[in-house]
Design a protein around this ligand. Sequence first.
Ligand SMILES: [Zn+2]
Ligand SMILES: [Zn+2]
Length: 207
Amino acid sequence: MILEGFPVGPIQANCYIVGDEDSRKGVVIDPGDEVEKILSHIHEHDLDVTLILNTHGHFDHVGGNKKLKEATGAKIAIHPDDAHYLDKLSESAAVWGMTAENSPPPDLLLSDGQILEVGGLKFKVLHTPGHSPGSVSFVMEDAQIVFTGDLIFAGSIGRTDFPGGDYNTLIQSVREKIFPLGDEFRVLSGHGPVTTVGHEKVHNPFF
Ligand SMILES: [Zn+2]
Ligand SMILES: [Zn+2]
């Protein structure tokens, strides 16, 4: 399996590229910005990216949807409760003094428990609200990896003071959906370094 993670844009949101070595099919999780950089990684691995997975609708995670879709033809997937963000990215970025291009509408709406298959890659969708109403996590069971977006970070959690955010809901999402995955699962967050479920259970001050 090909896995690349790197921060993009002024808020340094982590973008992840996951590819299947046999079929050369791949996905991009959270193309927030710097699509040229994302494309150079895609080309370096000779991948055909067919799916853009959005962990949630904030502009620092989806600001590159439009350019990446134009360059690859990939479909955009997001949970319906966050889809309304996609055509308001330039407005929300402007609030922070930044710029972002609005995203095309989603091609695929995600739901809890859904399995997505791309080449030989399999992602299970978990609805993990709290940071935003439509936040999701993507689980790769075989690789023991979970992409959590802004739900949980190494030693911290996502903000819950944005519209639609809710602290208790976030804590519940982590406890009921992420912790049961198992201590050895690697947590690939929307910002900051990689951690594990086991490490966060013990060391994250919010739990
Ligand atoms: Zn973020
Ligand atoms: Zn966010």
